[in-house]
Write a protein that binds this ligand. Structure first.
Ligand code: ATP
Ligand code: MG
Length: 302
């Protein structure tokens, strides 16, 4: 059985003559937190808006808890809670009144559901204060409570920690991790902050220029590094990397360079030696997620 809570399949978006999203695919399993990482203007918000039905894809589809957005929009969306473009709150009302009002507009939301959401975001003590006196972090927590009152299986958050101070970021991160761990909620969270993704997420999808350039677990990404081979025929070795291992590489000053999963390195080296190359030096630079992100995205600066 497919346990994906969210499946994004070959999503594209064309606005006027520009292809902004160029075939984005990824999925999220139950209780998993996926970081949607990309530089400014890479297409994160555009993709998330399509996933929550705020914008129509040019092609492709989104399936949420088995319901296609195209065919079963209402059922699909009943499983989603989101904060996109900041929480929408009335300043002159209390946090609680804001939640009550939203609850009255959604079918089947009880007072208990509202209280549960308030507890989940840790706002019990300030919930009856007016929103106008809330800090940015408190407003963001109320936004999260709004997204949770109908008990969604999937939470979609577009750069939710923008504007929060380090303490606020830490608290928000712990709340989200707890929702996934304790309640089994799946979370899709976009960010341009590598450290945030590294600390919060199980997996990462890196988007650049409207294209997913890496879908992997955080651990796999962290075991990826840049490898430099000094050998006698880099051009021929480059073609072996491509045909045998499907690895793209570049040649710089007669050295061959590629980004490689370090677990595959021993196999690659054996193959090169067996193929008759004279391998004089292999350097394996293990990278942080930040270094990898910068390297993967540097070719397409906006
Ligand atoms: N309505 C629109 N019309 C034309 N271009 C648009 C429209 N919406 C987005 N774009 C373009 O699509 C690209 C992706 O924008 P998007 O807002 O999705 O990026 P992002 O990854 O969310 O960036 P940020 O990190 O700055 O929030 C940008 O080049 C943007 O200018
Ligand atoms: Mg954005």
């Amino acid at each position: 059985m497919d346990t994906s809570v969210l499946q994004v399949s070959d999503l594209t978006k064309q606005i006027k003559h520009t292809q902004i999203i160029k075939g984005v695919s990824f999925d999220i399993k139950q209780g998993e937190i996926l970081g949607f990482l990309g530089p400014n203007g890479s297409g994160k918000t555009t993709t998330l808006r399509m996933i929550v039905g705020l914008s129509k894809p040019t092609s492709g589809d989104v399936t949420i808890c088995g319901y296609s957005l195209k065919k079963d929009f209402v059922k699909a969306m009943s499983n989603v809670g989101c904060i996109i473009e900041g929480p929408d709150l009335y300043d002159y009302m209390s946090g609680y009144k804001n939640l009550e009002m939203l609850g009255s507009m959604s079918k089947g939301v009880t007072k208990e559901d509202i209280d549960d959401a308030v507890t989940l975001v840790g706002m019990e003590n300030r919930i009856h204060d007016k929103v106008s006196v809330y800090s940015m972090g408190m407003k963001q927590r109320i936004g999260l409570a709004q997204a949770l009152i109908h008990k969604p299986k999937l939470l979609i958050l577009d750069e939710p920690t923008n504007g929060l101070d380090p303490q606020g970021i830490h608290e928000f991160r712990e709340i989200v991790k707890n929702l996934a761990r304790e309640k089994g909620i799946s979370v899709l969270i976009s960010s341009h902050l590598i450290s945030e993704v590294q600390l919060m997420c199980d997996r990462v999808s890196i988007i650049n220029n409207g294209t997913i350039i890496r879908n992997a677990s955080i651990n796999d990404v962290l075991s990826t590094g840049e490898v430099i081979w000094t050998l006698d025929d880099p051009v021929k070795a480059q073609s072996i990397l491509k045909t045998r291992f499907n690895i793209e590489s570049s040649i710089e000053a007669h050295d061959l360079k590629a980004i490689v999963d370090v677990e595959k390195l021993s196999d690659i080296n054996k193959t090169l030696v067996k193929s008759g190359f004279e391998l004089t030096y292999v350097e394996n630079k293990k990278q942080t997620l930040e270094e990898l992100f910068l390297m993967l995205t540097k070719k397409h600066k906006i």
